[in-house]
Design a binder for this molecule. Structure first.
Ligand code: 13P
Length: 252
């Protein structure tokens, strides 16, 4: 179902007590000033998921993981399975973040398996796609993102696809302070929706939440979220401060 979502990807940040403080700060701000019609989603490191899921549930926000194993269970030292994530009370999982693609060599074929694994355990995948700078400069960004969408999502049944959230994160905008312009974001989001419509139909594509990520902050969120096809954001650095994060969630 298409809805407005603002998600915080904490990446590999925060000790336990810092994570606890940030979660309670988010909860406190939401108690005073809850943005209406927006789902607030927090994706901390996996070790804090149970804590986050409990606080999230009590305070009407959501919680998700940043990654999951493609395997069901077994001898995969250090990995975390979909069923483990689901058992903490987390509802979402980020899949295919560019940092996973770059530093952990995750390819679209693997990501397709991870998507299915998440769905099997009733986790909502937030599937990340996006081009690197050289691809945009070579004007191949539509082709690259189109392929990322096709290879990781086109094996899904219509019922499975209906649960997917997509996040467009141009890699050149992540952590760089260089945001995509509202026009660049809208253009790519509309393109992603068109690609999805070709496979799953216009109605299903129009029902999909497509988030923007990449140097999105409290100062630029409003003009990004004002676009027809931008349904919210996947926020990195600016999600590490509760006030900034909720300000972004209030930018519709
Ligand atoms: P920044 O908001 O720090 O650019 O990170 C975006 C991101 O990668 C969210 O997943």
């Amino acid at each position: 179902m298409r809805k407005k979502i603002v998600a915080g990807n904490w990446k590999m940040n925060k000790t336990f007590s810092e994570a606890e403080d940030l979660l309670f700060d988010i909860a406190d701000i939401l108690k005073e000033n809850r943005p209406s019609g927006v789902e607030v989603l927090v994706c901390p490191p996996a070790i804090y998921l149970e804590l986050a899921a409990d606080i999230a549930q009590e305070n009407e926000f959501s919680c998700g993981a940043q990654n999951l194993s493609e395997h069901e269970s077994g001898a995969y030292t250090g990995e975390i399975s979909a069923s483990m994530i689901a058992s903490t009370g987390a509802k979402y999982v980020i899949i295919g973040h560019s940092e996973r693609r770059t530093y952990f060599n995750e390819k679209d074929t693997l990501l397709a398996v991870k998507i299915s694994q998440a769905l099997k355990h009733d986790l909502i995948p937030v599937y990340c796609c996006g081009e690197v700078l050289a691809e945009r400069e070579a004007n191949s960004h539509f082709e690259i993102v189109g392929e990322q969408i096709k290879k990781a999502l086109f094996h899904l049944t219509p019922d499975e696809f209906a649960k997917i959230v997509v996040a467009y994160e141009p890699v050149w905008a992540i952590g760089t302070g260089r945001t995509a312009s509202p026009a660049q974001a809208q253009e790519m989001h509309a393109f992603i929706r068109k690609v999805l419509a070709e496979k799953f139909g216009v109605e299903a594509a129009n029902d999909t939440s497509i988030l923007y990520g990449g140097s999105c902050n409290a100062a630029n969120a409003r003009e990004l979220f004002a676009n027809e096809d931008v349904d919210g954001g996947l926020i990195g650095g600016a999600s590490l401060k509760a006030e900034d994060f909720i300000k972004i969630a209030s930018s519709f």
